[in-house]
Structure formats: structure tokens, C-alpha cells
Design a protein around this ligand. Structure first.
Ligand SMILES: Cc1ncc(COP(=O)(O)O)c(C=O)c1O
Length: 368
């Protein structure tokens, strides 16, 4: 077998016995949606992040959508985010009826704050910084600016569970933080799952209603709502995995350091920069091939049994789905240029040092 790109099955082996026991326990109790296991995970996750609370929802896309709905964002409003994100960030904005306003990324692949400031209008109700690849957007300057303007910051933490800046967790900086527990995420469930975290009792209460047909108590519908809840079996898996998250993040950082040592200094390869104040959790290890040979390298590695990926091959504004926003080729030069140059290398907790060396050597031999 070759080298896998991601391997949630390796994580499952670690939690197998404990999880199977909790499945039996839940099955005996008969409460498969909500219930004590969800409440327990929500309070553990909030404690881990240092927020007042967490609200489990069906997936990360719903987490973003419900966070925006909690703020009453809808038609006539604008929400700013970045062009090089997973489509779900923009989809969630669009689903509320608000207009997604896109900006470019900087050379660390993260949303460019100067462009955010320049794009804000009186209609701007929120900005969604995306902590892409597991590295936090530096929100230090954002908070006073957003407060002064009355703009909410909704952190897209789908790729950044466990990341932090100056010791403060991703998700605990903004008005709300939105997480995906898709299986290959750093904190992944055994199916779909998500959460919104916040330190505002008001937003937490609205989120608990919105995810459950508009009410926290059955048949008491206080506001129009949705059905987007976290399953008990997923909450159990997440509760167990949360206790491994820091260890697994450290393992990801070791792997990243292993790649960096071997690939640094190569003429055609740019390795991701590790920032000093920020704890990068390397959801993805993304290199950039600056000589136009990304596809050829990808094929070369595939032939050697090494799986890689491109996150993401087409910036959101150039997808058919969002062409109606009116942006064009050339609107966001960084996002567009990087989309042709980036390559995500294998990154998961089952990767050995020998495998990291092998992948790196294959890249070197390709360019030699
Ligand atoms: C940056 C980003 N935002 C949002 C999402 C949506 O999460 P989900 O797939 O759980 O709906 C993802 C995950 O795929 C993501 O990577």
C-alpha cells in the first residue's frame, strides 16, 4: 500500500474500544440524538477552547449558516470572506440571503485584512476569517476595528481545531467560532458533525433554538428554526478524540517540521511558514510549486503510490455556482495564482518519519 493523504481510520483504531462501549451504553438508553453525551461534549469542547459554551450542530456548513442566522443576517446585508476557501463558507452566507463579498488572500494563504477594511460598507454585518490549513488568521488588529464598526466576526475554524494565537484558541476570538467535525478534520467525528462556540449567552441561546426547530424545549417553538443537531454517537466519538487533540496536533507539527527540514531551500518549492505567536495545527501541509510543474509532480507522486490533493483547485469566484457574484479572472490574483501552484502533501497522525522522508525524497528527485 502507498502513502495515504489522510487517514481517519488510524484515529478510529485509537478510540475503537472506548467508543464501542459508549455505543452500547447509548443503545441501552435509546437516546440517539441530543441527550447527555451531546451536552457533555459541548461543555468539554467549550472548556477546551475557553468559551462560555458550544452548540453541537449537524455539520460545519450549518454551523456557519446558523451563526449568521443567530445574528439575523439576511437579504440586504453583506458578509465579507476570502476567495480561497472551501465553497461551504460562501454557500452558508448565500443561504441566508445576504451577499457574499470576497477579498483576496495574502502570501500566507490567509484573508488579507487590508482588503477586508477596504471592502466594508454600511451593509457589512459580518466578516468570516477562515483559519485555512490549520493556521489562525491574526485577529489581533481585527477586534478593535470590528467593534468600532459594529461588525461581527464569525471565525471559520473548520480546519483549525486546536490552533491558537498567543495561547488563545481559534474560535474564542470572534463573536462566534464555527467548527466542522467532518471525519478527516483535526477533530473529526465518524460521520458529519459541527459546532458553534461563543461566550455570549444570547448567541448561545439563539443557536440552541435555531438548531432545534426554534425552541430548546420540545414543542415550544419561540423562533422559526431548522433541524441541525449533533448525534449522540458522534458526540461520544468527539468526546474521546478531544482528549487526544493536543497530542495529535503535536504529531502534525512534528510531521510538518520533518517536511520543512527536507524541503526548505529547494529552488522551486515554497514550504508553509510557521508563525511564532501562533500554534499551527497543520490540518493540511501545503507546499507551492513555483515553476508551473504542480500537475507533473502530483502525477509523479501518484505513480510512486503517494497521494496528494489540491485545496482548492478553483477559487470560489471562478466556480460556476458563484459566477453570479460578478467577479472575474483577475479579481483576486493571489487566490488565482496559488490555486495553480499549491499541493497538499500527505498529513495524518499515522504518517511515519520514514514516510515523510520518502515523500520529501520523491519531490527532490522529481526536481533533480
Ligand atoms: C474552511 C471550511 N469551511 C467550512 C467547511 C464545511 O464543513 P462541513 O463539511 O462539515 O459542512 C469546511 C469543511 O469541509 C471547511 O474546510
Amino acid at each position: 500500500m502507498g502513502i495515504l493523504f489522510s487517514a481517519p481510520q488510524v484515529e478510529f483504531e485509537t478510540i475503537r474500544e472506548q467508543w464501542l462501549q459508549s455505543v452500547s451504553q447509548i443503545a441501552r438508553g435509546g437516546q440517539f440524538v441530543g441527550g447527555p453525551s451531546v451536552a457533555q461534549f459541548e461543555s468539554s469542547f467549550a472548556a477546551y477552547l475557553g468559551t462560555e459554551g458550544a452548540v453541537g450542530v449537524g455539520n460545519g456548513t450549518d454551523a456557519l449558516f446558523l451563526a449568521l442566522k443567530a445574528l439575523n443576517i439576511g437579504p440586504g446585508d453583506e458578509v465579507i470572506t476570502v476567495a480561497n476557501t472551501f465553497i461551504a463558507t460562501v454557500g452558508a452566507i448565500h443561504q441566508t440571503g445576504a451577499r457574499p463579498v470576497l477579498v483576496d488572500c495574502d502570501d500566507s494563504y490567509l484573508i488579507d485584512f487590508e482588503q477586508v477594511k477596504a471592502s466594508a460598507t454600511p451593509r457589512t454585518k459580518a466578516v468570516i476569517p477562515v483559519h485555512l490549513y490549520g493556521r489562525m488568521v491574526d485577529l489581533r488588529e481585527w477586534l478593535p476595528w470590528a467593534e468600532e464598526k459594529g461588525i461581527a466576526i464569525i471565525e471559520d475554524c473548520a480546519q483549525a481545531a486546536g490552533a491558537s494565537l498567543e495561547g488563545k484558541a481559534a474560535g474564542s476570538w470572534g463573536t462566534m467560532g464555527c467548527f466542522s467535525f467532518y471525519p478527516d478534520k483535526n477533530l473529526g467525528a465518524l460521520g458529519d458533525g459541527g459546532a458553534v462556540v461563543s461566550s455570549s449567552p444570547e448567541w448561545l441561546s439563539r443557536l440552541r433554538k435555531l438548531r432545534n426547530h426554534g425552541g430548546e424545549i420540545r414543542y415550544q417553538h419561540e423562533i422559526p428554526g431548522f433541524n441541525s443537531r449533533l448525534d449522540s454517537l458522534q458526540a461520544c466519538a468527539l468526546q474521546i478524540k478531544l482528549s487526544y487533540l493536543d497530542e495529535w496536533s503535536a504529531k502534525r507539527r512534528d510531521i510538518a517540521a520533518g517536511y520543512a527540514i527536507r524541503l526548505q531551500g529547494l529552488d522551486y518549492v515554497a514550504v508553509p511558514e510557521a508563525s511564532r505567536d501562533s500554534r499551527h495545527v497543520y490540518h493540511l501541509y501545503v507546499i507551492r510549486l513555483v515553476d508551473g510543474r504542480r500537475e507533473a509532480l502530483k502525477k509523479h507522486l501518484q505513480k510512486k503510490g503517494i497521494l496528494t490533493a489540491v485545496q482548492y483547485p478553483v477559487p470560489v469566484h471562478l466556480t460556476p455556482a458563484y459566477s453570479f457574484l460578478g467577479y472575474a479572472a483577475g479579481s483576486f490574483p493571489n487566490a488565482e495564482g496559488y490555486a495553480n501552484e499549491i499541493l497538499s502533501l500527505p498529513m495524518h497522525i499515522g504518517l511515519t518519519e520514514d514516510e515523510v522522508a520518502l515523500v520529501s525524497n520523491e519531490i527532490k528527485s522529481f526536481f533533480a
